[in-house]
Design a protein around this ligand. Structure first.
Ligand SMILES: Cc1ncc(COP(=O)(O)O)c(C=O)c1O
Length: 428
């Protein structure tokens, strides 16, 4: 029988499909059925931390598949034991417990919220504007974007959205050197006047990924942690995009030098796209009946085998230094383009978690330009994403952490050609 074509598949899939059929991936590259090559600057869905088909990770998965593919979490297995031990070893010292019973980021975040509510006996969840914490019913309601909530009007009670630390477009019209961290200070008012009076946790991506690669200024997380401690609120870092070297440090918590009370990880954990997620908690939150949160594919032995090898690779001497060095090559080249192309309003790191904010001549947000630039990059075989699920004005670049300096320069070259192709005198 003939393979289904794009027109047929458009009638079958319940959502919009692209035309290309991917058939192979290796490292930072993938290929479609016509032989076209892509530079995967979004690491799949930001989950192929070590690129497509990392040979060592694939060997670990193959080996594990010959022994045991899956076991219910009422049993221990070699790889699940090891990955839990390793996660405790590498995470901030106060995080001593691991819950491995989720396979995705949304359900890990829901688990973290349940643990925080169970532990504090309180209700509300604070999420910053533009925060993206998942796609289940509850996490959709918690996301800090009304566009993502609008189609599901009966959303969960107990969420409080607060202005984020988006210094490039500060909600309070301040600058980081003089603001006195108003975006943290004012959360007091939200707690007092806008919450239910019962706040359990703050759930925050240390760098807002989907929201536009928003990097809070120095001091932000110290102030946020102090505010949480003062109010007995559990501070949860959603490190689903930022963990395991993405920022050039093992965790964004290390980058900012602040210990959260809880942390969720998923995406990059298996290095290879296999599903596995974890919730890390402080010792005081270990009082928990496991039946309260767990999913069929949680603690998957194949995912755990991939994760053990991934963590081993990321911990090797020089690995994180390389992420920082290669990221710096890309950032410097992109920043240098800003002189020639004023539409590139801001280029943000760190490591290989990069965002390029597109602006109008008056400095306003330029989502159409971001979309045009993404199309121009795609035409040159460079895969990127646009923030806020395509509606934003920031091009997101998160290539696999094995990126070489040569490929970083190639990406920068193609980026330059793509910007040139959409530039015109009236865009300045
Ligand atoms: C920061 C962050 N948190 C949570 C999620 C949800 O993860 P998942 O799609 O695995 O449920 C995502 C997914 O994009 C994410 O980027």
């Amino acid at each position: 029988m003939a393979e289904p074509d794009a027109a047929r598949m458009a009638q079958v899939a319940q959502y919009q499909l692209g035309d290309a059929v991917l058939v192979r991936g290796e490292g930072v590259r993938s290929w479609d059925s016509t032989g076209r090559e892509y530079l995967d600057c979004v690491s799949g869905t930001f989950n192929l931390l070590l690129g497509h088909g990392h040979p060592e990770v694939m060997a670990a998965v193959r080996e594990q598949s010959e022994e045991l593919v899956f076991a219910s979490s009422s049993f221990r297995t070699g790889p699940t034991d090891r990955v839990m031990r390793d996660l405790v070893e590498i995470s901030p010292a106060n995080l001593t417990r691991v819950n491995l019973r989720s396979s995705g980021g949304s359900t890990a975040n829901e688990g973290a919220i349940k643990i925080a509510r169970h532990h504090t006996g309180r209700r509300d969840v604070i999420v910053p504007f533009r925060g993206h914490v998942g796609q289940t019913m509850a996490t959709s309601a918690f996301n800090g974007s009304s566009r993502m909530r609008a189609p599901f009007p009966a959303y969960a009670a107990g969420v409080l959205h607060v202005p984020d630390a988006y210094c490039f477009r500060c909600f309070y019209r301040q600058t980081p050197d003089t603001c006195g961290m108003l975006c943290v200070e004012r959360i007091e008012d939200f707690i007092t006047y806008a919450s239910s009076g019962s706040v359990a946790c703050v759930l925050i991506e240390p760098i807002s990924g989907m929201g536009g690669n928003i990097v809070p200024p120095p001091g932000y997380f110290e102030a946020l942690r102090a505010l949480c401690d003062e109010h007995g609120i559990v501070l949860i870092f959603d490190e689903i995009q930022t963990a395991f070297g993405r920022t050039g440090e093992m965790f964004a918590a290390d980058l900012f030098g602040v210990q959260p009370h809880m942390m969720t990880v998923a995406k990059g954990l298996t290095g290879s796209g296999l599903p596995l997620a974890a919730i890390l908690t402080e010792e005081r939150m270990a009082d928990w009946d496991r039946s309260l949160h767990g999913f069929t594919n949680g603690g998957h032995a194949l995912g755990a085998a991939a994760a053990v090898k991934t963590l081993e690779i990321v911990r090797r001497p020089g690995f994180l230094e390389n992420v920082r060095a290669v990221g710096a090559i890309l950032v410097e080249r992109l920043r240098a383009m800003r002189k020639e192309y004023p539409m590139l309003g801001d280029v943000r790191g760190p490591g290989l978690m990069l965002g390029v904010e597109l602006v109008e001549p008056d400095g306003g947000k330029a989502p159409e330009r971001a979309a045009a630039l993404q199309r121009a990059l795609y035409a040159r075989g460079v895969l990127t994403r646009v923030s806020e699920h395509g509606a934003g004005n920031v091009i997101e670049l998160r290539p696999p952490l094995i990126l070489t300096p040569a490929d970083a320069r190639l990406i920068a070259d193609r980026f330059g050609e793509a910007v040139e192709s959409i530039d015109s005198p009236d865009s300045r």
